[in-house]
Design a protein around this ligand. Structure first.
Ligand code: ZN
Length: 273
């Protein structure tokens, strides 16, 4: 039967019992007492519901902590991704602007008076072109060693309305025409002429770098095995290299240097022979 002394003992033990820290023997003693004593049972029920609440609370607190940690990590990751994307965008936009700038410079070049020397060599041919232009007058002489090791020579000019075309192979005259239509030379320029082309080039990594060539500050445009050195000052190509066919082409420009007297002298030299 219920012993009032037990009540005091049980009340003392209840907190430990609720926390499930009491021994099996004690548990039996407490449980037997609780069955008989309404007062102690009430205390026990109050305590255990409080304890449950506390447990739930601490679980929730732990959950919140974990969420905060995860959230913090996600924020850091987001920040890193944003920084990477920004850096990538800045690089791409900068490249795109450079390519457009180079194109615009090349397009706006005044080709009304200039001398251009092109020296080209590939697996198959070597080729040299000297081109002089002053207004509508131009003079072009080309010497080419072809695949059969034969030397081809072409001269063409338009001077004060007169046109002339001459060609020979290994010193043997092939053609000598006074009235043949000749066209002024269009110098090679790096020109994509398309927005998408430049965006594409800008998007690819390592397609554009700054370098120098023949003491000139250059942009080096690289596409696979093709290298194009572009003069920063003029936007014009000064060297092309294509590793696939061992092609090397050098371009040297001299603007505003060509006079009609110079051209007359060149014409005299080549028609005197
Ligand atoms: Zn009791």
């Amino acid at each position: 039967m219920k012993n009032p002394k037990d009540c005091k003992i049980v009340k003392d033990l209840l907190p430990t019992y609720v926390d499930k820290l009491t021994s099996d023997e004690t548990n039996i003693f407490i449980e037997n007492h609780l069955k008989e004593c309404d007062n102690c049972r009430e205390s026990f029920e109050n305590m255990s519901s409080n304890n449950e609440h506390n447990e739930n609370n601490s679980i929730n607190k732990r959950k919140v902590k974990i969420f905060k940690k995860i959230n913090h990590k996600i924020r850091i990751l987001q920040a890193i991704i944003i920084v990477i994307v920004l850096i990538f965008l800045i690089i791409v936009i900068r490249k795109y602007l450079i390519l457009n700038h180079v194109e615009t410079m090349a397009e706006n070049t005044d080709f009304s008076n200039y001398y251009l020397k092109i020296v080209e060599s590939t697996d198959r041919v070597t080729n040299r072109i000297d081109y002089y232009q002053n207004g509508d007058n131009f003079f072009k002489i080309q010497t080419k060693i072809n695949i059969n090791n034969k030397i081809e020579k072409y001269i063409e000019y338009k001077f004060n309305g007169n046109q002339y075309y001459y060609s020979e192979i290994d010193g043997e005259e092939i053609s000598n025409e006074v009235e043949r239509d000749v066209e002024p030379f269009v110098p090679y320029q790096f020109l994509n002429k398309s927005l998408l082309g430049n965006i594409g080039l800008a998007l690819f990594p390592n397609t554009l770098e700054e370098t120098s060539l023949y003491k000139k500050a250059c942009y080096l445009l690289k596409v696979d095995n093709y290298f194009n050195f572009i003069d920063k000052e003029t936007g014009l190509t000064i060297k092309e290299i294509n590793i696939d066919n061992n092609m090397v082409i050098d371009y040297s420009y001299s603007f505003g240097s060509v006079t009609n007297e110079m051209m007359q002298e060149l014409i005299k030299q080549c028609t005197d022979k």
